[in-house]
Write a protein that binds this ligand. Structure first.
Ligand code: FAD
Length: 279
């Protein structure tokens, strides 16, 4: 914190280096000072209790992937984390580094939005907690100040008759997704949707929630027609940029496809079918 305060925007934290080092190699980033946090062992922490999972700033994607019981406690995370790059990337890259990098095509920002995450930041003025919904500002930009660093993130694991999933499409395994959707559905005893959360990657300048689509589900029993309607609403709520991997309209179309798959899978899991459910 002291070094960050001294150098401000000239300094960069180095966590796993899986985003910062490529950016430096491409000369997109050229920090004067690099603060390597890798020997601060207390930041390498991972634990879940009372329906929350806390992930420290040095916890690698791979550690979360290998967390016992994850597929039962939160299948959305289990589905998503194995889609991040390759094992070599996941062995080095950190969860908090991914949030701090704030790439709209990355999986963790969407998980953070869907699971009501809070990011804890420390700076010269002390510690503050930032809700995921007010953390991501735009492409590779967030509300951390230049002299703050994120020590850990807490994600909420919803309880009850809940099913969740994460579905994406990438050109090759390990590539960043063209589009991806995380869905979480909580059912009432009567089998209607009590709560729905839908988070999208690749749909704009940040990961985003799709509140209109979520609202369409509440009070209704899951059905093929409802999934179609919800997927269309997710499609209508995104504003992707076209690039070398596909036009904006192609990305939107893929968003609809993965959104439908994600809500259908989450509903099945909430009903105790089609894989792990945390209900
Ligand atoms: C080939 C390849 C494929 C990849 N595929 C994917 C993919 O499919 N999905 C995906 O999500 N990611 C992917 N990644 C990126 C990977 O997940 C990174 O690990 C992650 O984005 C950043 O984590 P890191 O620990 O490596 O951060 P670093 O590269 O060390 O840092 C990234 C940025 O965050 C800042 N930072 C890091 N930690 C903190 C902190 N605690 N507080 C404040 N600022 C901090 C750094 O200063 C830097 O600006 C890929 C990377 C590669 C090289």
């Amino acid at each position: 914190v002291a070094v960050l305060a001294e150098y401000g925007e000239e300094a960069k934290i180095l966590a796993g280096g899986q985003s910062l080092v490529p950016l430096m190699a491409l000369r997109v980033a050229a920090p004067e000072v690099i603060i390597d946090i890798n020997r601060v062992r207390s930041l390498d922490s991972l634990g879940s209790e009372r329906g929350r999972i806390r992930i420290g700033a040095l916890t690698r994607h791979r550690a979360v992937e290998q967390l016992a019981g994850l597929a039962d406690d939160c299948p959305m995370i289990a589905d998503a984390v194995g889609l991040i790059g390759h094992v070599a990337i996941r062995n080095r890259g950190t969860v908090v580094g991914s949030l701090a990098h704030s790439d709209p095509a990355a999986e963790w920002p969407a998980l953070a939005l869907a699971l009501d995450a809070e990011i804890t930041a420390v700076g010269p003025a002390g510690t503050r907690r930032i809700a995921a919904e007010s953390f991501f500002e735009t492409y590779l930009t967030n509300t951390l100040a230049d002299d703050e660093f994120a020590t850990h993130v807490d994600l909420v694991l919803p309880q009850g008759r809940v099913g969740s999933s994460f579905v994406e499409l990438a050109r090759r395994h390990g590539d960043f997704a063209i589009a991806g959707v995380g869905a979480l559905i909580r059912l009432s005893d009567a089998g209607t949707v009590e709560e729905a959360r839908i988070a999208v990657i690749g749909g704009g300048s940040t990961a985003l929630r799709a509140p209109k689509a979520e609202g369409l589900m509440v009070g209704h029993a899951p059905s093929a027609d409802l999934f179609d309607e919800v997927a269309q609403a997710v499609h209508d709520s995104v504003n992707p940029q076209g690039d070398i991997q596909g036009s904006a309209e192609y990305r939107r179309a893929i968003t609809r496809v993965v959104a439908r798959r994600a809500v259908a899978k989450a509903s099945k899991r909430a009903n105790g079918e089609g894989g792990k459910s945390n209900g």
